[in-house]
Design a protein around this ligand. Sequence first.
Ligand SMILES: [Mn+2]
Length: 255
Amino acid sequence: MRIHAVSDVHGASEALRSAAVGSDVFVCLGDLLLYLDYEEPGEGIYGQLFGAENAAAYIALRTARDFAAAHQLSARLWDGLAVDRKVAVEQIVATQYATLFAAMPEPALLTYGNVDLPQLWAQYLRPGHQVLDGQTVEIDGVRFGFVGGGLHSPYHTPYEISPEEYAIKVAALGAVDVLCAHLPPDIPELRYDVRARRFERGSAALLEVIRQTQPQLMLYGHVHQPLAARVRVGQTECVNVGHFRGTKRAFVIDL
Ligand SMILES: [Mn+2]
């Protein structure tokens, strides 16, 4: 079985169109939306709302971990816009999701990233798109389990939950052959982003279930430029398949 897996699409819809060509199973591990574009600050939701210059200033403050000043800047920019914040964001999100789901291969197994709005997905899904979060599916005798979303962080991305809620979704899977999540297991070298120079969130519950049940494969994304992109935990190969916006190609694995 040939699996093509992508994660952290962040608006790269054109490359998505052909990402499943040659695969038996196509997996997408979330973060479809482009909120902030560190490479091109004028792109993304923030850049579209406030312009490239303000987006660059906001990125600089976050990179410097001055979250208070970043928050102040955003608050000031929102005041200047005089529009309803929720409506303004959801209009841009709607455009992004419409384009992304039109480009998303079918069939596809999907879960949410932390930069996604799960409540909006239903209206964009195509017949071949199966969304799984705390759920399993069996294909040709191979059992896949999916856990979506992120954990609470200082970045306040849209889909973050508590470690307790996350652990409930992990526990719901039971033993699987291929464990799929947006987040990595909580292993420091997998969580460290060498470009952003910070630790991203990883899940202790994922690491625990890997140790206990030893799936063949654990696929994840979230960390765009990881210190280590793969590691072995006992019998389980853990692989960061992402950053599709950067690589523009699916990660290919033969089971
Ligand atoms: Mn991401």
